[in-house]
Design a protein around this ligand. Structure first.
Ligand SMILES: *[C@@H]1O[C@H](CO)[C@@H](O)[C@H](O)[C@H]1NC(C)=O
Length: 208
């Protein structure tokens, strides 16, 4: 399982695995762990988690523009959400931060590098209450950003699953002094690295 997780990370951050290496890894995995894992490998490929590289990886640009790797983070006195993964800021929560800071307009180019569509929708309710609702990756409502001292309530919906670390990051955010909102997290599933891979594991020999 750890081998697969590492290979998935390698593939995702590299925009895929160079064809020659990809075939080598596949062959080694099947010969070492058994051919029944062919089904799992196919699932991972379909999900885009372990696949052949096509073109240049957008990862370095995404990492830089969303400031995903934060090196000078003090774990005992964290100032940034990157502390939840010891120096890596969850991308989902960075997107929430941007959404709250003034929308996704500023990171338009970056959003285009991520899989799936992204859009923002602003619904004007009345002069004092406003709500935004970008869908797909997230859906949140930003009710009047606390102009009158009220804390607003932001609903963040994760379709497909969220990790405990991402929830911690949101809790950390709402505790920051300049953050005038509380978050409600809704999700279809709580996941971690193992449980996520588990859903893609397909072993026809076991009678699950
Ligand atoms: C991951 O999630 C599964 C299922 O929810 C759970 O059984 C397991 O203990 C979790 N693993 C870790 C390392 O938290």
């Amino acid at each position: 399982m750890s081998v697969l997780r590492l290979l998935c990370l390698f593939s995702i951050t590299g925009g895929g695995v160079p064809k020659k290496q990809f075939e080598y890894f596949r062959r080694e995995l099947l010969q070492t762990y058994g051919y029944e894992h062919l089904f799992t490998l196919n699932n991972l490929e379909k999900a885009g988690l372990f696949r052949v590289q096509e073109g240049k990886s957008p990862w370095p640009l995404i990492k830089k523009s969303l400031r995903l790797a934060v090196e000078d983070n003090d774990d005992s006195n964290p100032k940034d959400i990157a502390y939840v993964y010891s120096g890596y800021a969850p991308m989902s929560i960075r997107l929430v931060q941007h959404a709250l800071k003034g929308g996704w307009g500023a990171i338009d180019e970056t959003l285009r590098l991520l899989p799936g569509p992204a859009f923002q929708k602003k619904q004007l309710l009345d002069a004092s209450i406003q709500s935004d609702s970008p869908a797909d990756h997230f859906h949140y409502e930003n009710a009047g950003a606390g102009q009158d001292g009220r804390r607003s309530l932001v609903l963040v919906v994760f379709i497909g699953g969220v990790t405990f670390a991402e929830i911690s990051a949101l809790r950390f955010l709402s505790k920051q002094e300049d953050m005038k909102c509380d978050f409600i997290v809704a999700t279809t599933k709580l996941v971690n690295g193992s449980s996520l891979l588990e859903t893609l594991t397909d072993d026809p020999l076991s009678l699950r």
